[in-house]
Design a protein. Structure first.
Length: 247
């Protein structure tokens, strides 16, 4: 099997630069191969789902777009005159975002990024996926806190995958015994190439709220979609000199 460590970026580059119509597919440990539409990453604002439009409408000040992909969210905000910094772990995606006109793009992981002073951080298209697992959520939330201004906010979306485990019997669900049901492992397929397997986290809103509040954040639901998805706004809690909690 031919394994490509940046298969996502490779497929995206073939589609964008060479107009190659070949399809990208993904599978997880609870789903079979499904097409991942590459056109999905080049949508205009009007073509984006309501959750993404809401997030972009709330974003303000100096903005960090984590997992920017082809740069559609960054471009929209940049065209509003906002200062946008964009990061993506995929070299191919970062190159495309830059080619499309995103002014400040860095190929890096979130944990390795050393920017600071952001008023808004956006993590969209199941932004919690980057957290990988429930156990690593505190580590990522602590990292994000270092990137924000004291009054900054994180706008992030996710989905509750309960419906994937629905037994159809009295609203009960079957869940794995060895992991949280939103902890999945994915891989991609493009032509005759495969990606390495990678973890991707979907969090229900109650667990996310608990983990956020347990790690020094406020958690606010902004809106919910039609497919068990939602947008949340998180802000770091602040402690004054007299140890009184400030929001």
């Amino acid at each position: 099997m031919n394994v490509n460590k940046d298969l996502f970026g490779h497929a995206l580059s073939q589609f964008y630069f060479k107009k190659d119509p070949a399809k990208l597919y993904s599978e997880s440990d609870i789903s079979h191969w499904d097409e991942y539409p590459l056109t999905h990453l080049f949508r205009d604002f009007d073509q984006m789902p309501e959750i993404e439009r809401q997030a972009l409408s709330l974003a303000k000040g100096k903005i960090l777009d984590v997992g920017c992909g082809a740069g559609s969210h960054s471009l929209y905000l940049q065209n509003l005159g906002l200062e946008v910094h964009s990061i993506d772990l995929s070299k191919g995606a970062a190159q495309i975002a830059q080619s499309r006109g995103v002014a400040q793009v860095t190929e890096t992981s979130l944990l390795d990024y050393d920017g600071e002073g952001f008023d808004t951080i956006i993590m969209l298209m199941n932004g919690t996926g980057i957290f990988e697992s429930l156990d690593s959520v505190p580590m990522y939330l602590n990292k994000l806190k270092t990137l924000l201004n004291p009054k900054g906010m994180l706008l992030i979306d996710s989905s509750d995958l309960r419906y994937m485990y629905d037994t159809g019997d009295d609203k009960s669900i079957w869940v794995p015994a060895d992991r949280y049901y939103g902890e999945l492992e994915f891989r991609l397929r493009y032509k005759k190439e495969f990606s390495e397997k990678f973890p991707w986290l979907f969090m229900d809103k109650n667990i996310f709220a608990h983990l956020a509040e347990s790690n020094g954040w406020t958690f606010e639901m902004v809106c919910e979609g039609d497919n068990y998805d939602y947008l949340a706004k998180l802000m770091p809690e602040r402690i004054n000199s007299s140890n009184a909690l400030l929001l």
